[in-house]
Ligand binder design. Structure first.
Ligand SMILES: C[C@H](O)CC(=O)SCCNC(=O)CCNC(=O)[C@H](O)C(C)(C)COP(=O)(O)OP(=O)(O)OC[C@H]1O[C@@H](n2cnc3c(N)ncnc32)[C@H](O)[C@@H]1OP(=O)(O)O
Length: 724
């Protein structure tokens, strides 16, 4: 079997051994790397010609931490440490940290998770200004397992370490120096020489031997302060993630080290790590980690060897809420942006919105004043197409009016250079229709952003049968550069995210008309872990948008829509959602939502029009039943997207559900979650509800077939069945 990574050792004339971790692309710590590292360390400690050691990572990257792809082997017991806690105690604490030869970490790139934990066992840390440090393990449903829970608080103080861990915050070189996490900052070309000299200086007592990180006390708060900080951290963890156990387990482990001893903390750490790595939360979050990266791999597109073309200048048509958000995203990533509006008043308003967006980044400390000025200087407003002659990409973000879009795309074909990518931010209109009056269909593509576009992480890239792979590769690259997660889907009404989410609103309306309490539905959803319930979301998006979207779906899938008058009735009465401070909820000036007893009136009227009577069973549903009755239709639609080839991979829908709909990542995304319940169970429930409440619930063929065989829904789709 090929080994997964290795380390090398090179002993220089001055007697400093440089050990390099080699496991591209991020130098993760596979078990092979760890075992090779142990051998190299032992060799260096044994050799008489070695006075001191430097540890570094290959190709300017220290280490991205423990090898996440080996979690599955650990979970299944296929590999194990020689004894419990071996790496943390025997290797790092009792060999490296106590060694009589000084060991200095030379850090460039990233020192994350296990990478940082190893660096913290060293006797000094030298880094470059751009190096990134952090313990992001909680994002994977685990806690650090190589001593990070004990050493980070002792190096940077308890309060700061809790902040870094609970928010998975990464710190950069200079901040790490201020915190005391590193001892010196040097440029990349001086890194190794400085580290070598530093190690030798310690050996020659020209620099002090620092006390081992595990036993430092100078940064730690007093016991009473520490207890108060831990109490607040527990409250924060419960508030941020009430369904999650592992952040609390992490705080318990830190506490053990403080109230008992650091060694007791290390023991509790590895015991807890062993439990958490086998948890369903960890498995789901690891699935999200790899699926997230997998969205950049599109079969038949990204495997053709195409190189993304350099996109420098982007034009945006329409500076409304979406257009200005998209422009902000591009400016933040140093693209030159031309913003076109139809008159000066709208143009000035759009520029003002962009300024506000950028200013809010400055206020949150995410953008320096200097970068704010630079970004803004990259923005040019215009009222005509004159300056479009050298743009590389256009993103149209005007209102959803097909004839207007027809005209725009014909104009774009006339004014833009032939290589220019012609993208539309439409959320519902068929891209084939948008481009039908042009001869440029190979460069027409959907770039569907989610509102607010400069904040939401998902970018749905929609390709038609004619979109060229080169254009898809180009947009994937732009998406990555503007720090979005792109998911490539095929063209259909609502594309993947809106189409998948639509049955959720529909099922909610059906339940409400049959007697389920509207606010109980939203509560059950948020308790399940969704960012917000379907009715709160409707208010946020706006009742008019919800109605317009509904109209599109009623047209394209009349056989499976539930026709409720609740939303039209509210629209008639100008209860338009959060923007009018009245929708399903009432809103105060701080946008805090409060249930409104008046909503009953609208429900009763809608019920009367539909001719539906209250079903006593539905009026008393448990939270679990509410979640299932609303989410299973969503799963059903996701299955249709897979069967039709709209989405190529189930994992893409998992990411789309997490990033576009607020589905809880620790449940792994919509299809992953469905598979934890089983296709047979979901299908039988949908069948039962279809018999009782109509075709809206009827399982699609894909789901029924998988259920009949007891297969998971995430199995690869048959490309032959793709409709394109
Ligand atoms: C015992 C310990 O306490 C437990 C641990 O250490 S758990 C691990 C903790 N570490 C992490 O969570 C870091 C995870 N990685 C990252 O955040 C980012 O990959 C990074 C900042 C290191 C680099 O980001 P970036 O340059 O954008 O590259 P990115 O696309 O994310 O990753 C490159 C490749 O490396 C893989 N990779 C990244 N980190 C990995 C890791 N720790 N293990 C295995 N593979 C990893 C990715 O899956 C990707 O693979 P692909 O090319 O086949 O898709």
């Amino acid at each position: 079997m090929n080994s997964k990574g290795r380390t090398t050792i090179e002993v220089g004339a001055a007697g400093v051994a440089v050990i390099t971790i080699i496991n591209p692309p991020v130098n993760s710590l596979s078990l092979d790397v760890l075992s090779s590292l142990k051998e190299r360390l032992e060799e260096a400690l044994r050799r008489d010609d070695v006075k001191a050691l430097v540890m570094t990572g290959y190709d300017g990257k220290f280490s991205g931490g423990f090898d996440i792809s080996s979690f599955a082997d650990l979970q299944q017991g296929k590999v194990a440490q020689p004894k419990p806690g071996y790496i943390s105690l025997d290797m790092l604490t009792d060999t490296v940290e106590v060694s009589r030869k000084p060991l200095v970490a030379a850090i460039d790139g990233h020192a994350l998770g296990g990478g940082l934990e190893i660096a913290m066992c060293c006797h000094a840390r030298i880094s470059t200004p751009n190096a990134l440090f952090g313990l992001p393990e909680l994002h994977l449903g685990i806690i650090p397992g190589f001593g990070g829970t004990q050493r980070l608080p002792r190096l940077v103080g308890l309060a700061k370490s809790l902040e870094m861990m609970l928010t998975a915050k990464l710190v950069k070189g200079e901040e790490a120096l201020d915190l005391g996490l590193v001892d010196a900052i040097v440029s990349p070309d001086q890194l190794l020489d400085t580290a070598r000299k530093w190690a030798l200086d310690i050996w020659e007592h020209k620099r002090p031997w620092n006390i081992a990180s595990l036993h430092r006390t100078d940064k730690m708060e007093s016991l009473s302060e520490a207890k108060e900080i831990l109490k607040l951290a527990r409250a924060q963890a419960l508030r941020i993630a009430p369904n999650l156990y592992h952040p609390l387990a992490y705080i318990d482990v830190v506490e053990e080290g403080i109230v008992s001893s650091p060694r007791a903390g290390l023991i509790k750490e590895y015991e807890t790590f062993e439990v958490l790595i086998r948890s369903s939360t960890c498995k789901a979050l690891v699935h999200i980690f790899f699926s997230h990266r997998g969205t950049m791999k599109v079969p038949g597109v990204t495997d053709l060897g195409l190189v993304p073309r350099h996109v420098k200048k982007v034009a945006i048509l329409g500076g409304g809420f979406m257009g200005s958000g998209i422009a902000t995203s591009l400016l933040l990533s140093t693209y030159s942006v031309i913003l076109k509006e139809v008159n000066d008043k709208l143009l000035q308003a759009a520029i003002e919105r962009i300024k506000e967006n950028l200013q809010s980044c400055v206020n949150k400390g995410k953008l320096s004043q200097e970068k704010f000025e630079k970004s803004l200087s990259q923005l040019k407003g215009t009222l005509d197409y004159e300056s479009f002659k050298d743009v590389d990409m256009v993103i149209e973000a005007v209102t959803e009016d097909l004839s207007l879009k027809h005209q725009i795309f014909m104009d774009l074909e006339k004014y833009c250079p032939p290589h220019c990518i012609l993208a539309s931010n439409t959320s519902t209109i068929d891209l084939n229709l948008i481009g039908e009056k042009t001869k440029s269909q190979d460069r027409i593509i959907g770039a569907h952003f989610f509102s607010p576009a400069h904040v939401m992480p998902l970018l749905e890239i929609v390709r038609t049968q004619k979109t060229s792979p080169q254009v898809i590769v180009d947009l994937l690259d732009v998406g990555k550069k503007i720090k979005k997660t792109p998911v490539v889907v095929r063209n259909c009404t609502g594309f993947a995210v809106n189409r998948m989410f639509f049955p959720c609103t529909q099922a909610s309306l059906l339940l409400v008309e049959h007697g389920t309490d509207l606010y109980c539905i939203d509560r059950a959803f948020t308790k399940f872990g969704m960012a917000m319930g379907p009715f709160r979301l409707c208010d946020l998006v706006g009742i008019s948008v919800a109605r317009a979207t509904e109209a599109q779906f009623v047209l394209s899938m009349p056989d499976r829509t539930y026709k409720s008058m609740l939303i039209p009735l509210m629209q008639e009465d100008k209860r338009l959602g959060e923007m009018t401070r009245k929708g399903f909820y009432l809103y105060d000036e701080r946008r805090k939502a409060k249930p409104d007893p008046e909503i009953k009136k609208y429900i009763e009227k809608a019920r009367e029009i539909s001719g539906v009577s209250i079903d006593p069973k539905l009026a008393k549903l448990l939270d679990k039943d509410i979640v299932e009755m609303i989410s299973f239709p969503l799963v059903n639609e996701a299955c249709r997207l897979l069967a039709e080839g709209i989405a190529v991979k189930a994992a893409d829908l998992d990411i789309a559900s997490v990033m576009g709909m607020g589905f809880p990542p620790y449940r792994g995304g919509i299809i992953y979650w469905a598979d934890t319940l089983g296709s047979t169970y979901i299908c039988s429930k949908l069948d039962e509800w279809a018999r009782m409440y109509g075709n809206f619930f009827k399982p699609c063929d894909y789901l029924a077939e998988k259920a009949a065989r007891g297969f998971p829904l995430s199995g690869t789709t048959d490309p032959a069945k793709s409709r394109l």
